[in-house]
Design a protein around this ligand. Structure first.
Ligand SMILES: [Fe+2]
Ligand SMILES: [Fe+2]
Length: 361
């Protein structure tokens, strides 16, 4: 099955940007922070090969759902329950494929930001670490490309994700690249991977996500560990510039996700429109279904014990590294985005030697 979702507009065209970050040689070869060296060592020890560790012989039927339908945000809605099973299955398959395509495209973005950071960061141990992240991301692109190819359904990158990664790649300082990728995009990805690992019914996808999640938690840890020192040493104007970038990245992400709690209106996403179109669901009916669910008191609250990445991990980490200033707090307030700064959940999940974030099973 080669789906029509792949044959559209010009999103498949390659795209060229200029990266204005500095390229920094470092000849002192000094260790700037023990935690960074620990993170580098851990990254070396935890390398894995997708050919060796994953069972690619597992068959996948692209027309069948690959996630537990009871855990699917939309499929629990009365509207979807009323649909014929075949239509529900098609929606489950395509909406998951749409999400996996975002994983794939996001991983390519991460491969490029990690490469930018390798040349831009001024510290020797940070360079070593960034090289391991570039290799991790290459592997992630490889595994999601292979998996998406098995599904034979590819969707375009969501405009908000492309805009955020482009702004990150085109940022003029490595601190902004780290805020955009290691803290915001990867902070969001951590939760998405964690969720996918828990809800997928496909053993291959579960294994892939398990391995990827382990790498990603180091990537977020790197942002959290290294940025704190970097921002602390910045001139106040430079710090404000990073804080502004962080605010815009968070706001772009929050707007696309239906606000910080996910309850607001989401921006229309051409890929998701394509999912609805493919499944024969009118946008109007879909939006009405969401309203109907809201009126019936069905909410999208996370199950108990689930970590809310935005509130518990991303925002407290941004505050802790100094990427939220008094001035930018006012911007968050204006935008209706709470500045959660309680680090207790974040710190309870961090490894003391590396800052690596460990998710509960
Ligand atoms: Fe990745
Ligand atoms: Fe990553």
């Amino acid at each position: 099955m080669n789906d029509t979702a792949t044959t559209q507009t010009d999103w498949t065209q390659s795209d060229v940007l200029k990266a204005p970050t500095e390229i920094c040689w470092q000849f002192d070869y000094e260790i700037s922070q023990q935690k960074l060296l620990n993170l580098y060592k851990k990254a070396k020890q935890h390398q894995w090969d997708a050919d060796e560790q994953l069972d690619w012989s597992i068959e996948i039927d692209p027309s069948q759902p690959i996630i537990d339908q009871n855990a699917h945000l939309f499929l629990r809605l009365p509207f979807f329950q009323r649909l014929p099973k075949a239509q529900r299955d098609t929606f489950a398959a395509h909406s998951t494929a749409q999400l996996l395509s975002q994983f794939l495209h996001g991983e390519q973005g991460a491969l490029m930001t990690a490469s930018v950071l390798t040349h831009a960061v001024p510290d020797y141990d940070a360079k070593l670490y960034c090289a391991t992240q570039a290799m991790d991301e290459a592997r992630h692109v490889e595994v999601y490309e292979r998996y998406v190819r098995k599904l034979a359904i590819t969707y375009p990158i969501s405009p908000w994700l492309k805009e955020l990664i482009d702004a990150t790649l085109a940022a003029d300082h490595y601190a902004k690249v780290m805020v955009g990728m290691n803290m915001v995009v990867e902070g969001l990805a951590l939760a998405a991977f964690h969720n996918m690992r828990r809800t997928t019914t496909c053993p291959l996808l579960r294994s892939i996500t398990e391995y990827v999640l382990r790498d990603e938690s180091r990537h977020v840890a790197f942002g959290n560990v290294y940025l704190r020192e970097t921002i602390a040493q910045m001139h106040p104007d430079e710090r404000e510039d990073v804080a502004q970038f962080a605010f815009e990245a968070v706001k772009g992400m929050a707007d696309a996700q239906g606000g910080p709690d996910g309850k607001g209106q989401r921006k229309a996403d051409p890929g998701f429109m394509k999912v609805l179109e493919h499944c024969g669901i009118e946008l109007h009916d879909f939006l009405q279904a969401l309203q109907e669910a809201g009126a019936a008191g069905i909410n999208f609250k996370l199950p108990p014990g689930h970590v809310h990445s935005f509130r518990d991990l991303m925002m407290p980490a941004l505050v802790r590294v100094g990427a939220v200033t008094e001035r930018s707090r006012a911007l968050y307030a204006q935008a209706g985005i709470p500045v959660w700064d309680d680090v207790s959940v974040l710190e309870s999940m961090e490894d003391a030697d590396t800052g690596d974030i460990v998710f509960p099973e």
